[in-house]
Design a binder for this molecule. Structure first.
Ligand code: TA6
Length: 283
């Protein structure tokens, strides 16, 4: 079943529910806001101070970073993480099937997007809600010249307490540490967070966010996203964000499927690429 609601800010949110799970998806930003497997707590985190205001990114859920990840390479006034997380998407199709409920949202080039990126494109986000949450992003180059993109599903997970959580699957992996001077390092053992963390892990198909205190583990599988970004703002950065409560860093971790930094995707005219992330909750 799909139900539409409109927030006071004018943002339309779809609630997708079936006998396996419930999820909420905002047409503004194409941002998944919530995923609750039946009789379980939300897997996703949204800040209680998130703005839900057109022009501002939603602080939580799964913002779509596209067509660049992080700050723009040359234009420091352009939006961080691209512009589709602050773009209005449209509902292109919906379907109930034995696996669950699926919607496809789309957005495409317009005079507004061309202020930041002068290319023609169609972007489709398919969200499938069942036992698992599956997101597929399809980028199509509708123009007559090649384009290159970086991108990410900037997924915020709700956790019991940051000190109790680890991310498994990156032992010995190389990563770019983005706190302070950019440095390449090697992970030893599981990822545990004890300070500001902003890392791009290179390679790897799957990882597990383990939260024993919540009796829950979340497996994140991905295809077409070579990188995994792990972010927690910790104390000082939390205080600096107007749309994030000072202590919320304790109850969230971002583990993002991405094609970031040097992993640019190049699309020739008419070409398209499909990238997929599957969230498998257990417990
Ligand atoms: O994915 C990690 C990151 O790029 C960090 O550098 C960090 O600042 C964060 O995303 C949040 O970015 P935002 O623009 O949403 O405040």
């Amino acid at each position: 079943m799909i139900v539409f609601k409109t927030l006071s800010s004018g943002i339309t949110v779809l609630t997708l529910s079936n006998n396996q799970a419930t999820a909420e998806v905002s047409l503004y930003g194409g941002n998944v806001l919530s995923f609750k497997p039946k009789n379980k707590n939300d897997i996703l985190f949204v800040s209680k101070k998130s703005l839900f205001t057109p022009g501002k990114a939603i602080r939580g859920g799964i913002p779509v970073c596209w067509p660049w990840f992080g700050p723009h390479a040359t234009e420091k006034d352009f939006p961080v993480h691209g512009f589709v997380r602050t773009t209005q998407w449209r509902l292109a199709s919906s379907e109930e099937n034995p696996k669950g409920t699926t919607v496809t949202l789309e957005c495409s080039s317009s005079p507004e997007t061309k202020k930041f990126w002068p290319y023609d494109f169609t972007l489709a986000l398919t969200v499938s809600v069942g036992k698992n949450l599956e997101l597929t992003l399809t980028t199509k180059n509708d123009g007559s010249e090649s384009v290159s993109i970086t991108d990410a599903f900037h997924t915020y997970y709700r956790i019991s307490e940051i000190a109790n959580v680890s991310v498994k699957g990156f032992d010995c992996a190389r990563y770019i540490d983005r706190v302070g001077e950019r440095t390449e390092r090697t992970q030893e053992g599981d990822i545990v967070i004890s300070g500001e963390t902003d890392r791009v892990y290179l390679g790897g198909k799957k990882c597990v966010v383990s939260d024993p205190s919540a009796k829950r583990s979340i497996t994140v599988e991905k295809d077409g996203f070579p990188d995994t970004i792990v972010w927690n703002p910790w104390i000082d950065r939390s205080k600096a964000m107007v749309d994030f409560d000072d202590n919320e860093y304790r109850n969230m971790i971002c583990v993002e499927a991405g094609s970031a930094l040097d992993n640019k995707i190049v699309l020739s005219p008419g070409a398209s690429v499909m990238q997929k992330m599957t969230i498998v909750p257990r417990g």
